[in-house]
Design a protein around this ligand. Structure first.
Ligand code: ZN
Length: 215
């Protein structure tokens, strides 16, 4: 699997030709390394949207799914809103499992707020690689269930605090959610989520926007 960090909470996971895009906030994202046309030309298969706050790519997902073969995945009400604006997608809900062309998806609880119903996170499994994108969330004990349900290869977790869990919660997160690797997201893009990256590196890997890793 090749995982590319696109800045803020946006990632592209490529597994055996399958392209899975997460929270592709591009417009107005000072840490984005690709513009919206470059994102579209990647021809993603699925676009996961954790919730309707603008820094998670709802608008971009409409554009991407309108103009490529990609389908958005998100909670029912969010995907309905996306479809009303001309996008394509599959609505789901927390605790649901889906299999889309061999991509196994489990929708996780995320403790946060947002327009278009509930926020969520995703566990996505394809070809024996399992990744968890937590979305925007507080640390909750519910997360521990993921260790029982899955053998996670990567957990992408918000570390910026203020709007989500932050550095103080990371040791407990790592204890509850077992994963081979942890990657930080949702930090330093706004003043409120400025983060001490040296501290963060004790618990998560910090990728530069545009950086890829083979995992
Ligand atoms: Zn949010």
């Amino acid at each position: 699997m090749k995982l590319t960090y696109l800045g803020h909470s946006a990632f592209l996971a490529e597994i055996n030709g399958k392209k899975l895009l997460f929270d592709p906030w591009i417009i107005g994202n000072t840490s984005a390394t690709l513009d919206i046309n470059e994102i579209k030309s990647l021809e993603p298969d699925l676009v996961f949207i954790s919730h309707g706050h603008k820094d998670h790519g709802f608008k971009e997902a409409i554009d991407i799914t309108k103009n490529t073969n990609a389908k958005a995945v998100g909670v029912f009400e969010l995907v309905n809103a996306l479809k009303e604006k001309g996008g394509k997608g599959i609505g789901t809900n927390i605790g649901g499992r889906l299999n889309l062309d061999g991509v196994e998806i489990y929708v996780t609880h995320a403790q946060h707020s947002c327009p278009y119903s509930s926020p969520c996170g995703f566990v996505v499994k394809y070809e024996r690689k399992t990744i968890y994108h937590a979305g925007d969330t507080a640390l909750t004990k519910d997360m521990a269930i993921l260790t029982d349900l899955f053998d996670l290869d990567i957990a992408m977790v918000p570390i910026g605090g203020h709007f989500t869990m932050g550095l103080t919660e990371l040791p407990l997160f790592n204890k509850m959610v077992k994963s081979k690797k942890y990657v930080g997201m949702h930090y330093n893009t706004f003043n409120e989520i400025g983060t001490d990256l040296n501290k963060a590196k004790q618990f998560v890997e910090i990728m530069e926007p545009g950086e890829s890793c083979d995992c």
